[in-house]
Design a protein around this ligand. Structure first.
Ligand SMILES: [Zn+2]
Length: 225
């Protein structure tokens, strides 16, 4: 039985580089892969962009409305008809931006279609709160693997800070999409994050409540009934 793997790390921990290397390793052995990512990421348009300068187009994009099980079934059939070879692996970049239902589909693809799924993503946002896709991956992936990167102080970086026009920002939407504003992210260790945030980690400590009961659709999953 194939497995769902979640390889997570802070910003700039080499996730895209690792994913392109994994694709290369499969293809070097004569095996076939499909690459995908959510459409929300506009960093490289329709490509996987690694910081080392290697890029590769994705085979398809995923929108928040997509039924990922159906989309994958369709893309796999097209790929196998075109190449005449079986698909061996699905690689997903920026998996934190997928919906929880789409992460569930990744697990079903691994188990029911017997296709290994390698999902790459950031664990938490700039307020140290899990992205919905990452939280679901941490809950259900067969295998969790941390990709490490270094803080400015030399410790392991685990958090992502948002900087707007050179200033650290600790309030705002989970995904920053603002035209004309220079938004960058810096990976920091816990100590350096607290140094910049004034000693607080998340929204609850800053006096804003986190809505409860919004995380999961509690309806039964037909495939497990
Ligand atoms: Zn540090």
């Amino acid at each position: 039985m194939a497995k769902l793997y979640f390889r997570y790390g802070a910003m700039n921990s080499g996730k895209s580089t690792n994913m392109l290397q994994a694709a290369f390793n499969y293809e070097e052995r004569g095996q076939q892969v499909l690459l995908t990512k959510p459409q929300i990421d506009t960093k490289g348009d329709t490509a996987i962009v690694s910081r080392l300068g290697v890029t590769r187009p994705v085979d398809f994009l995923i929108t928040p409305q997509d039924d990922l099980w159906d989309l994958f079934t369709q893309k796999r059939a097209q790929f196998e008809a075109k190449t005449g070879k079986p698909l061996n692996c699905l690689l997903v970049d920026e998996a934190q931006f997928l919906t929880e239902a789409q992460i569930d589909d990744l697990l079903r693809i691994a188990i029911l279609k017997d296709i290994p799924v390698l999902a790459y993503g950031i664990r938490t946002d700039f307020q140290t709160v899990a992205f919905p896709g990452s939280r679901r991956l941490l809950e259900i992936a067969h295998s969790l693997e941390e990709l490490k990167t270094i803080c400015r102080c030399g410790r392991k970086a685990v958090f992502n800070t948002r900087m707007v026009d050179g200033q650290y920002i600790f309030d705002g939407d989970q995904v920053a999409i603002e035209d004309g504003v220079d938004v960058v992210y810096e990976s920091l260790c816990g100590a350096c994050y607290l140094e910049e945030s004034g000693g607080k980690f998340n929204r609850t400590q800053r006096g804003q409540s986190v809505p409860l009961g919004t995380a999961y659709d509690s309806g039964p999953d037909a495939d497990f009934a």
